[in-house]
Design a protein around this ligand. Structure first.
Ligand SMILES: C[S@@+](CC[C@H](N)C(=O)[O-])C[C@H]1O[C@@H](n2cnc3c(N)ncnc32)[C@H](O)[C@@H]1O
Length: 303
């Protein structure tokens, strides 16, 4: 078992005397370009880089999980991958942000119309400005607006105060992340699997204590402790009682993976709840290496 101090980027790195060091995952870090990107949203804090770990975790569960519940769904890459790769029977995504929720409702209930809107849209500054000022008339328009704003704002950030992409890739400006054909393909795959994907707009902290038999949880809450990657800047909803979330998971009789920043606060909660944690290294968009914690009830990803 390898152990190492946390890589740079965490907001704290002190291990109290006597506390066991946190092992490093035995699964190699991947280049995210090698992971199929299935979500139409560019999600800040998205977990594409964790997909090899998710596959490993779900494949090891016997029998195959009937339901994957993702209470902080965001761009939903984990749920989409799990369903589309046949790693679970079906999934339930929960998200509190009403703009993000409108996107998922539109994709799952009005997918073909949303595809058409995507293919007919040219993301000029005027068109994007007009869309952001106009109140959507229905969930389809609302979901479309979310997708356009998500793909034309810097870092995909939808939280208040986010600015538009300026020069973008190859000086393409607002259009640099607007790929109508690719987005339509991802939406088509979601349409094909919509019967296996349930979405609920609501509070991920309000999950029932008794989950259905065969359910597992993937939990990726916003993290808003101090530091550069504060969830506050990234999400409209970022206030989470982290200690309460740990207590809810400790009480639930369900297998779970929980991801967090590698900080003193979170390591203390891991120790207090008796959970296991591993460090998984990932590269940020600026190529800095940081380590995140993947927390579970039983040891995972260690030899
Ligand atoms: C770290 S992001 C999830 C990213 C996601 N795993 C992905 O790969 O795209 C956390 C998400 O939780 C949402 N959120 C914040 N508070 C919530 C709550 N109480 N219930 C449900 N969702 C919440 C935020 O809007 C944000 O989309």
């Amino acid at each position: 078992m390898r152990t190492s101090p946390p890589a740079s980027g965490g907001t704290g790195s002190t291990t109290p005397a006597g506390a066991a060091p946190i092992p490093v995952s035995a699964i190699p870090a991947v280049n995210v370009a090698s992971v199929p990107q299935r979500s139409p949203l560019r999600y800040p804090g998205g977990k594409t880089w964790l997909i090899p770990h998710i596959r490993h975790w779900l494949k090891a569960i016997e029998p195959r999980p009937k339901l994957l519940v993702e209470p902080f769904a965001g761009g939903g890459i984990v749920s989409l991958t799990a369903v589309m790769e046949g790693l679970v029977d079906r999934c339930l995504m929960v998200e509190l942000d009403r703009d993000v929720a409108a996107f998922w409702h539109a994709a799952l209930r009005h997918g073909p119309e949303l595809c058409e809107m995507v293919q007919g849209f040219r993301p000029t500054r005027e068109a994007v400005d007009a869309l952001s000022r106009q109140a959507p008339a229905n969930v389809l328009e609302h979901g479309f607006r979310t997708l356009v704003l998500n793909r034309t704002r810097r870092g995909g950030i939808l939280a208040p105060g986010a600015s538009l992409i300026r020069s973008g890739e190859c000086g393409m400006g607002l259009a640099s992340r607007w790929y109508p054909g690719t987005l339509a393909d991802r939406l088509s795959a979601i349409i094909d699997n919509a019967h296996l994907i349930e979405f609920s707009e609501g509070d991920g902290m309000a999950l029932p204590k008794d989950m259905p038999a065969g359910a597992v949880l993937f939990v990726d809450p916003p993290y808003s402790a101090g530091g550069k990657r504060a969830g506050q800047r990234l999400y409209a909803h970022h206030e989470i009682d982290h200690a309460r979330l740990f207590a809810l998971l400790a009480d639930a009789d369900t297998d779970f993976l929980l991801t967090y920043d590698n900080t003193d606060e979170i390591r203390a909660l891991v120790r207090k709840s008796g959970f296991k944690a591993v460090q998984v290294e990932m590269k940020t968009t600026h190529h800095a290496r940081i380590s995140e914690l993947v927390i579970s009830r039983r040891p995972v990803f260690v030899d």
